[in-house]
Design a protein around this ligand. Structure first.
Ligand SMILES: Cc1cc2nc3c(=O)[nH]c(=O)nc-3n(C[C@H](O)[C@H](O)[C@H](O)COP(=O)(O)OP(=O)(O)OC[C@H]3O[C@@H](n4cnc5c(N)ncnc54)[C@H](O)[C@@H]3O)c2cc1C
Length: 474
């Protein structure tokens, strides 16, 4: 036996012969399956985008192309007790797709076909490896629109979005991935295949299994197909930037916009630290002296859009905005949106950027921002704060020297304090990045022991051997 700590729910076989027999069987059953087995090949699939994770070495990395491939891989894994880590693009920020020692990492990127754009039912049917932005472009060719748009939309997969219940820049108005799912095809832990939901708008037959799998982070089943809700393409956006002297004033503006009943399509926040990092990277001429900036957009079209932004300006003025600028045209608005999407990578230019993710009720955003400032100062940690402020979803991102040996410990202490503050404000330890391994130890603090116990029973019912993404979430 190895002396590796055993992850909760993980099958116990560490016998290399078990893994070898499983791979022999896979090669025989699926001779065309792309399979990586050497450490040189598999290393690139061990990490996701989460800093300070310590993955194991996978037994192998497999790239199925069909649901039948996935079912065979899982059925035979179950027979041998080999765990499976589902993986899309590996852009996750809670360690969900990181490799588990001795497990098979199953990558969906070769299952990347858009099977149908159903204009009559405003639906798309896709394989899980389709890139989010590719689906958006395909829908647009039919005058339609797929709403969920994580900032990583050019790289992340629909399967990853579903498994994380990802949000994005348009959630304020259109909701998160959960709100765009009509049905799923899922391979269960024994290799059987089920379908949930479908193309009907209304469907209340039995328990809502579709939404049980959404956000389950690869621990309950492997999503092999999704039927997604499309909408008519909205009008071109109008974009407003509001600058503030302090982040507290920007937080106040968010609360005022919400209270005024304004529902912009985008209500994004960047603090001064992030504004300067983004401006260094993209040279957009942003106000580098500002303490914070809000990006507010309306896609309501024509006079309705102008009215929405006029009312947002009044709310920002009331909170003490130092300047208000409207994008000249669609191209300028696109640059600004891209700059916001690049907030994380811009901060990464300054060192290790440990991006976090908390959510609070929208009226409590100012208090959460205050808490983040206080906690980062107490731990002497430079922090850039940005996020989907209109959803109450903030991404405090600690930026530390690459070779600072004390950074990880200080960040972990500060993270715990930030989660505690979010919970105290009636919020959550994760608004959209998921629990993965990064937040597993804090789940009970938010949900209480009984709710976590219920989750464990659901996991045990669907995956009694614990072979699907062991050690993640629970
Ligand atoms: C720069 C940057 C910006 C980001 N912005 C946002 C944002 O605005 N909003 C947001 O919500 N997230 C954001 N993210 C996080 C990340 O992009 C999302 O969580 C995304 O949905 C992950 O997709 P992926 O294909 O990379 O999944 P992966 O990271 O590969 O996997 C994520 C999880 O999904 C599981 N999984 C993947 N595919 C399947 C499947 N077919 N069946 C079952 N389980 C599966 C994995 O096991 C893992 O637990 C950002 C990340 C980066 C790096």
């Amino acid at each position: 036996m190895s002396d590796r700590p055993s992850l909760p729910g993980r099958p116990t076989s560490d016998d290399p012969a078990v893994g070898a027999a499983y791979l022999d069987e896979l090669r025989a059953a699926l001779p065309d399956l792309a399979l990586l087995t050497t450490r040189d090949e598999t290393n690139a699939f061990r990490y996701d985008e989460t800093e300070y994770t310590y993955p194991g070495w996978p037994l192998a990395v497999a790239f199925p192309t069909t649901t039948a491939d996935v079912a065979t891989i899982v059925r035979r894994a179950a027979a041998h007790g080999v765990p499976i880590v589902p993986r899309g693009a590996g852009s996750g920020l809670s360690g969900g797709a990181t490799a588990v020692e001795g497990a098979l990492t199953l990558v969906t990127t070769k299952m990347d076909r858009i099977l149908e754009i159903d204009t009559a039912n405003l639906a798309a049917v896709v394989q899980p490896g389709v890139i989010n932005a590719d689906l958006g472009r395909a829908a647009a060719e039919h005058g339609l629109f797929y709403a969920p748009d994580p900032a990583s939309f050019e790289i992340c997969t629909i399967g990853g979005n579903l498994a994380e219940n990802s949000g994005g820049l348009r959630c304020v108005k259109y909701g998160v991935t959960r709100d765009a799912v009509l049905g799923l095809e899922v391979v269960l832990a024994d290799g059987s295949v089920i379908r949930t939901g479908g193309r009907t708008v209304k469907d209340v037959a039995g328990y809502d299994l579709t939404h049980l799998f959404v956000g389950s982070e690869g621990t309950l089943g492997i999503i092999t197909e999704a039927t997604l809700r499309l909408r008519p393409q909205p009008a071109e956006k109008l974009t407003l930037l509001a600058f503030f002297a302090t982040i507290a004033a920007a937080g106040d503006a968010v609360a005022r916009i919400t209270k005024a009943g304004i529902v912009p399509v985008t209500l994004e926040l960047m603090d001064g630290f992030t504004i300067r990092a983004v401006d260094d990277a993209a040279h957009l001429g942003l106000d580098r002296e500002a303490g914070a900036m809000l990006m507010i957009e309306s896609d309501s079209g024509g006079a309705a859009a102008r009215d929405e932004l006029d009312r947002a300006e009044v709310a920002c003025d009331g909170a003490g905005a130092t300047s208000l600028v409207r994008a000249k045209d669609a191209t300028e608005a696109d640059w600004l949106r891209e700059a916001r999407r690049a907030a994380h990578s811009s901060l990464e230019r300054a060192g290790v950027a440990r991006m976090d993710d908390v959510g609070v009720p929208r009226s409590r955003v100012p208090e959460m921002l205050e808490a983040i400032e206080r906690i980062s100062a107490a731990h002497d940690l430079p922090v850039g704060v940005f996020g989907h402020a209109g959803d109450g979803n903030l991404h405090p991102t600690f930026v530390v020297e690459r070779d600072d040996p004390t950074a990880e410990g200080r960040i972990n202490t500060a993270r715990a304090a930030i989660y505690e503050a979010a919970i105290a404000l009636g919020g959550t330890i994760t608004g959209e990045h998921g629990t993965g391994i990064a937040k597993r130890d804090y789940l009970e603090a938010q949900l209480g022991p009984r709710a976590v116990e219920v989750m464990r029973s659901v996991k045990a019912a669907l995956d009694p051997q614990g072979i699907l993404n062991p050690g993640k979430v629970l």
